[in-house]
Design a protein around this ligand. Sequence first.
Ligand code: NZQ
Ligand code: ZN
Length: 387
Amino acid sequence: MLGRFEFANPTKIYFGKGAIDSLKGELERYGKTVQLVYGGGSIKKNGIYDEVLFALHAANKAVVEDGGVMPNPTADKLRDGVRIARENRVDFILAVGGGSVCDYAKALSVSVHCGGDPWEVYYERFEEPACPIVPVGCVLTMVGTGSEMNGGAVITNPERKLKIGHVFGSNVMPKFTVLDPTYTFTVPRRQMVAGIYDAFNHVCEQYFSGEDDNVSDDLAEALMRSIVRNSRVAVKDPENYEARSNLMWAASLALNTLIAKGKTTDWEVHMLGQAVGAYTDATHGMTLSAVSLPYYHYILPYGVKKFKRFAVEVWNVPEAGSDEEIALRGLDALDGWMQEIGVSRNLTELGVTPDMIEGIADATRVMDGGYHVLTRPEIVAILRASL
Ligand code: NZQ
Ligand code: ZN
């Protein structure tokens, strides 16, 4: 652990079947008017909406509805949410949904009382909030992003063809999150596996960086093994509570700042994936899976020791042959698992065409924490190899 760090995660977690029972008590700690944020309507079909409304009424809240948050929430939707919040003078924002809904709620929370256009303030100028922040609570219905326990808020601007994440501080993290694994049983299979890959890749992004012996990397390996093992159960038996509960908690731990402590991190797969998302509006986890193997094959020679460790510790690859051969067998095992759970392994099936490559490369931010800092021609080559 050569790095210095501070660690505090203020999000209180209520985990397990029936955890919604805790919602009323939490809501009572905040003001009267609650902006109830949700997505395209899945919560009305599976009954979660009714359970949440029951708690809101039991806590004697005035509810302001704000539904229709789309996957990959847009800057326009955010502006609309700010208007709703201001018109109704909301005291609290309750997000009920997946990462898109949670992200949107956090972006909203820092925009209600701040002047200026939220996209320009937070996603172009990357300012930090200098105004009161409306507190956020979350009821998670889809596993993957970790948004339920972090300060991230990713917003898409389709006109500008940009998808950008702003990682806010602990004052923006949800005050509490309800995690009931049974709430995820109705997630469509494609979304479930995309979320599983997203969580796995969050771990990779923090793992493939740095040289020192670091407890964060040991934690990362345990999370990766758990995600792989439980994903295999969940794809065969989606209502297996044990598997879905492990995946739910692993995904939260994968991106709640814990495993980034004391080390550098990469995040280049996410930068490539977000640029793809800006051009295609494709499912986030699938944009990551489509570019991962070409990217990891490209950077493997720069980080061969870590890729070998990944092969041995995560995939049980026997330690026979050169470091590079062992490392490559680890990526083959990753590829095999991706095929097994059924995530996208190319950009073409996500709607990317060769003429988009230059634009996607322009929209890709270059990070400097991984084993190799990409040049623009290298980004183009990786994107082409991902088609
Ligand atoms: O909108 P509804 O009708 O609710 O349907 C959603 C949506 O269509 C559906 N769904 C969610 N829970 C369900 C369900 N359907 C049936 N039953 C349920 N229980 O799933 C679809 C996808 O939901 P979404 O919230 O978009 O998925 P996800 O959780 O993957 O979130 C993706 C967003 O999070 C951002 C991504 O970029 C993307 O915008 N990320 C946020 C991060 C963070 N805050 O740290 C990190 C990630 O890397 C990621 O970038
Ligand atoms: Zn992600």
